[in-house]
Ligand binder design. Sequence first.
Ligand code: F6P
Length: 337
Amino acid sequence: PGMNAAIRAITRRALQHGIEVKGILGGYSGLIADNMIDLTARRVSNISYMGGTIIYSDRCPEFKTEAGMREAIANCKRFGIDGIVTIGGDGTFRGATDMTEHGVPCVGLPGTIDNDITSTDFSIGFDTAVNTTIEMVDRLRDTCESHARCNVVEVMGRDAGDIALQTAIAVGASAVAIKEIPFDEAGMIEELKNSREKGKRNFIIIVSEGLPGYGEKLTGLIPEKTGIETRFARPAHVVRGGSPTLRDRMLGSEMGAAAVEALLEGKSNIVLCEQKGEITTMDIGKALILDRMYKDKLKDGDLQKFDAETVAWMREFCAEKFAAFKKMYDLSIEISK
Ligand code: F6P
């Protein structure tokens, strides 16, 4: 959610500069298959409220091959494509780097509900997905209160616990289990027992999908250890759709317009970011390695491309980001008791 607002902003801003805009259907696969539509001011009107993306999306393994890349570049030349704005996550950004290296300037927008792109505080779609998750859990809470039950809810986010953590705080969950920080299972069981003794009827436990199978495990364990009847729920892809929130519409619009300006200024191979409330940019090469550093997935030689000062800056960036995440996690615990 929010991609359509970005498409609208990109189109309108480019048209204002006298630049024609094409929507590449399906993303990179559309570029290879030469599957494009003209995006006019009218075509992009009344789309900001829609979920999904009017130009579709898919995964394109062919794009990673030399032949796929050759075809994509040839199509860019054939159709006079001078620059591309790509929306997605790290796979999309790697493709953008390859295209830029082959002579087609690209600028990336961070689009994923998972909020797992290290260079930006918020990615397009995250806010809507969390708000939808919150709504689902609030609904589950009603039945938990009526029936004096616990509901374990597994939420999306791939390996990232952002949706889980922010949902847990917002709904007042009893506990949240995420991949990034060890979970105190025994402590949770004790808390549930104590709270039940004091008369609490409903309990919500949020589990990130980054811990596969753990939600189901807790659903069996909780009644066994506490006697509290427990159900399991997984909203799954439901939270990926729907009308975007104000925040996602704003982020898509601001980043979309900024991406066009960046291309016009001759910038490329950058990703748009929101950091501390400001829209800014980062070199894609740096953003991808920063991401691996944050996720502890650095490969041999990854840091060799950067000078010592940049590496130190990356380490500090990751440390600060994790500290902010940990602070939020601590808050979730403090206010769950
Ligand atoms: O990255 C977005 C996301 O929805 C994740 O939260 C989830 O793990 C994954 O995509 C699901 O992928 P698919 O739609 O291919 O099942």
